[in-house]
Design a protein around this ligand. Structure first.
Ligand code: PSU
Ligand code: MN
Length: 301
C-alpha cells in the first residue's frame, strides 16, 4: 500500500486560488461513467474551454495512481476518459483508492468534498445523484445528498437525473438543509427535461445573486448551495421519447439485476443508445451551460 493522502493541485489552479481568481471544479464520473468513449474526451476539453471562456480556471477532479488530483492536464483527462478499468469513486471510496494506489473518477459527492478542501467555492456538473425509485425498499440514495449537506460549496446542475425519484430527492435536500435556488426559474429542472414538474421556493436572477447566497451560507455555516439551471424548453429531450425510454430502462434494471452504483451508468447508457445519441447531445449541452454559469458565479464571488 502506498498510503500518502497527497493532494496534487495543478499549478494553474493553485496559482488562481492563491491569487483569488475564479476557479470551477468539475467532476470526472460523468466523463468516465456517464458518457461513452471516445467522445467523452472531447466533452472534457469542451467543458474546460467553456469554463475558461467565461473567465475562470477549470479544475477537473480525479484520483490517479493513488494521488488526489485537483485539476488535470490533457494527459490526465485522456486517462480518466480512456481507461476502461477506471473506478467510480464516491466519497467513501476515495481513501481506499489513495491507500492502494488506484485510479478512479470522482462523483458529485467526492468531487465536492475534495474541491471544498482545496478551497474551491464553485462546482459544475450535469445532474446530481439523489433518491432512486424503489428507495423505500432498496435504501438507494446517492451519497451526493448527504455529502452536500456538510460541504460548503455551490453546485450548478440541471436538477437531478430524471431517472430518480425527483420529489423524494427534493424532500431529502430539504431535510438535509441544502439550499436550493432556481436560476431564473421557480421550477426545479428535470435534467433532460426543462421542468421536472416540481416547484422551488427560491429563484435568483443573476450569477452575482447566487454568489451572494453562497457568501451568506458560508458566513452562517452549513453545507451546500444547489443552483438549478434548466435547459431552455426548445433544447430539451422530447418528453414523449423521454418517458418511453425511461420506462424501458427501469424495466431493464429489474431484468438485468442491476443494483447499487451500477444503476446510474446503466440508465445513462440505455438513454444514449435508445435515443440514438439525442440524450447524449442534450447531456453535453447541460454540462456546457452549467460550466459557463458556474464560471460566472465564481467570478462574482
Ligand atoms: N450526472 C450526469 N452523469 C453522471 C452523473 C451525474 O449527467 O454520470 C454521476 C455523478 O458523478 C453523480 C453520480 O455523483 O452519477 C451519482 O451516482 P450514484 O447514484 O451511484 O450516487
Ligand atoms: Mn446508489
Amino acid at each position: 500500500m502506498a498510503a500518502s493522502g497527497a493532494v496534487r493541485v495543478l499549478p494553474e489552479v493553485a496559482a488562481a486560488l492563491a491569487g483569488g481568481r475564479p476557479v470551477v471544479a468539475l467532476e470526472s464520473t460523468l466523463l468516465a461513467h456517464g458518457l461513452p468513449r471516445p467522445a467523452n474526451v472531447d466533452v472534457a476539453a469542451a467543458v474546460e474551454a467553456a469554463v475558461r471562456a467565461a473567465g475562470a480556471v477549470p479544475a477537473t477532479v480525479a484520483v490517479l495512481d493513488g494521488e488526489v488530483r485537483v485539476g488535470l492536464d490533457a494527459a490526465g483527462l485522456r486517462r480518466v476518459c480512456g481507461d476502461l478499468a477506471i473506478a467510480k469513486l464516491s466519497a467513501r471510496d476515495v481513501p481506499v483508492a489513495v491507500a492502494c494506489g488506484l485510479s478512479g473518477a470522482t462523483t458529485v459527492a467526492s468531487t465536492a468534498a475534495l474541491a471544498a478542501r482545496a478551497g474551491i467555492g464553485v462546482f459544475a456538473t450535469g445532474g446530481l445523484g439523489g433518491v432512486h425509485r424503489q428507495a423505500a425498499e432498496t435504501f438507494d440514495e446517492s451519497a451526493d445528498l448527504t455529502t452536500l449537506a456538510s460541504t460548503p460549496i455551490l453546485v450548478v446542475c440541471a436538477g437531478v437525473k430524471s431517472i430518480l425519484d425527483v420529489g423524494a430527492t427534493l424532500e431529502r435536500l430539504e431535510s438535509l438543509a441544502v439550499t436550493v435556488l432556481g436560476y431564473r426559474t421557480r421550477r426545479f429542472p428535470g435534467f433532460y427535461l426543462a421542468d421536472s414538474g416540481h416547484p422551488l421556493d427560491w429563484e435568483v436572477g443573476s450569477a452575482g445573486e447566487a454568489a451572494a447566497v453562497l457568501r451568506a451560507r458560508r458566513a452562517l455555516g452549513g453545507g451546500a448551495v444547489v443552483l438549478a439551471n434548466p435547459l431552455p424548453a426548445g433544447e430539451q429531450l422530447d418528453p414523449a421519447l423521454h418517458e418511453r425510454v425511461l420506462a424501458s430502462g427501469l424495466a431493464g434494471l429489474a431484468r438485468d439485476g442491476v443494483r447499487g452504483k451500477a444503476v446510474t451508468p446503466y440508465l445513462l447508457d440505455h438513454f444514449h443508445r435508445e435515443t440514438a445519441g439525442a440524450s447524449q447531445a442534450v447531456n453535453v449541452r447541460i454540462i456546457l451551460r452549467n460550466a459557463g454559469l458556474a464560471a460566472q458565479v465564481a467570478a462574482a464571488l
